[in-house]
Design a protein around this ligand. Structure first.
Ligand code: UD1
Length: 427
């Protein structure tokens, strides 16, 4: 297993491209199930999770081809062609490695009239149930059966009729699954309290490009008028706002100045406001965001929330940054119940963080020191990288596969900004 070695204390500077959004890509890929025509996705990030999803699509009999990407390029182009689907089962060995596999349930059901997906089970950042995915599909007319660790969704012979569902809590994945099922329903569907994340807007935009009829895009009330068939499309994945926010934190903690090419200000407003409140200068420039620092970092009191609130996927990276603020910050995690696994590791690097339930108090420290650390999820791992960039001495972040799930060519991008980083094998 690879690890990353970071010699801390280098001020980051320069410009890097922001990759295509992982979380968007993971919901755009299953849209290939909705049509027998080719779907071409551009700007797909090169990530382990995308490879995993490609594998899952191949398992259904879908052909995937990758074109026009040289090894030195960021991103790639994939064409998926689901002319014939030979299996509607997502097996345990693939789903357990990648929770987002559950996103095939809605589109497979819509296209084939049935779908069987292994239950994803728990994951490192909490219990993460799928009850809302299933309730939303039931409301659209599906019959759901659970047996032997699998969920089977079946549509009536005449197809899903569509229906009305009000989400009791905002769920990104359940909104995506319901949308992908509703677009081919025979009637109208209304989703209340739907997630409004930019990745949902990206999904809606692709579905519309494929011929879907969706009203209320970008709002919490989505109305879908089912159509009898969708056609192929060529679509560019949106930029990754979480990757961009992570590098903004990395630049800020080193007192650096970087330009994040392709980052979109309007999709990152909460992150931008939070960074500005902490004393980081963030400005919209032609083609991206410019991040700089001027003076000490200020402490903050902040809670995570569904979009347009501050994203839970930025909590760990912000926490690393606030370790160097002058004073104590209070962070509250409202989305996932077990998302502070980076705290003991940051404390091993000299941070002073106390947690109590969903709240973490981050007492700013003068200095962080390099250490051997490991984290159990993607964003937590990135927080350790960010801390390592500002720490005295060497930091070794183990279990690099977490970072490979979500940060395209991490060490190359950090090196482009002047960080001293190296990927080495074996731990
Ligand atoms: C997606 C993102 C993830 C992000 C999260 C919240 C992807 C691939 N992943 O995850 O990076 O952290 O949104 O922004 O896009 N819940 C239920 N029942 C359900 C579904 C969810 O109780 O059926 C709860 C969850 O436990 C959690 C909350 O709803 O407390 C929000 O989860 P959700 O928005 O569904 O997250 P994901 O779609 O899994």
């Amino acid at each position: 297993m690879d690890k990353i070695l970071i010699e801390g204390g280098k001020r980051l500077s320069g410009a890097i491209p922001v990759s295509g959004a992982k979380n968007s890509a993971l919901t755009l890929l299953p849209c290939a199930l909705l049509t027998d025509e080719p779907l071409t996705l551009r700007n797909l990030p090169r990530l382990a999770d995308i490879d995993g999803f490609q594998h899952l699509m191949n398992q259904f009999g879908i052909s995937t081809t990758i074109a026009g990407s040289r090894p030195e390029d960021f991103g790639r182009v994939m064409t998926l062609e689901a002319t014939r689907i030979t299996s509607s089962v997502a097996p345990y060995e693939l789903v357990r490695k990648m929770r987002a596999s559950i996103l095939v349930l809605g589109p497979m059901l819509a296209r084939m009239g049935e779908a069987t997906v292994s239950l994803p089970g728990g994951c490192a950042i909490g219990n993460r149930p799928i009850d809302l995915h299933l309730k939303a599909l039931e409301a659209l007319g599906a019959h759901i059966e659970l047996a032997a660790g699998y969920v089977r969704a079946i549509a009536p012979d005449s197809g899903l009729p569509g229906g009305r569902y009000s989400f009791p809590v905002v769920s990104v994945g359940a909104t995506e699954n319901a949308l992908m099922a509703a677009v081919l329903a025979t009637g109208k569907s209304t989703l209340h309290n739907a997630a409004r994340e930019p990745e949902i807007v990206d999904l809606c935009n692709l579905l519309v490009a494929m011929g879907a009829n969706i009203e209320g895009i970008g709002t919490s009330e989505l109305v879908v008028h089912g159509v009898s068939r969708l056609h192929g499309a060529t679509y560019k994945v949106m930029p990754d706002r979480i990757e961009a926010g992570s590098y903004a934190c990395a630049a800020a903690i080193t007192g650096g100045e970087v330009t994040l090419m392709g980052a979109r200000f309007d999709e990152m407003e909460a992150t931008v406001q939070v960074l500005r409140s902490a004393g980081v200068i963030v400005e919209q420039v032609a083609g991206g965001l410019h991040v700089a620092t001027d003076g000490p970092l200020r402490p903050l009191t902040i809670s995570t929330a569904p979009y347009p609130g501050f994203a839970t996927d930025m909590q760990a990276q912000l926490m690393a940054l606030l370790c160097k603020a002058q004073g104590s910050s209070v962070l509250t995690e409202t989305i996932f119940e077990n998302r502070y696994m980076h705290v003991p590791e940051l404390n091993r690097m000299g941070a002073h963080i106390e947690t109590s339930g969903r709240t973490a108090i981050v007492h700013g420290v003068e200095k962080l020191t390099g250490a051997e650390v490991m984290a159990t999820d993607l964003r937590a791992s990135m927080s350790l990288v960010i801390a390592g960039l500002a720490a005295e001495g060497q930091t070794q972040v183990h279990r690099l596969y977490h970072l490979d799930r979500g940060y395209e060519r991490l060490e190359e991008k950090l090196a482009l900004m002047g960080a001293q980083v190296e990927r080495v094998g074996g731990d």
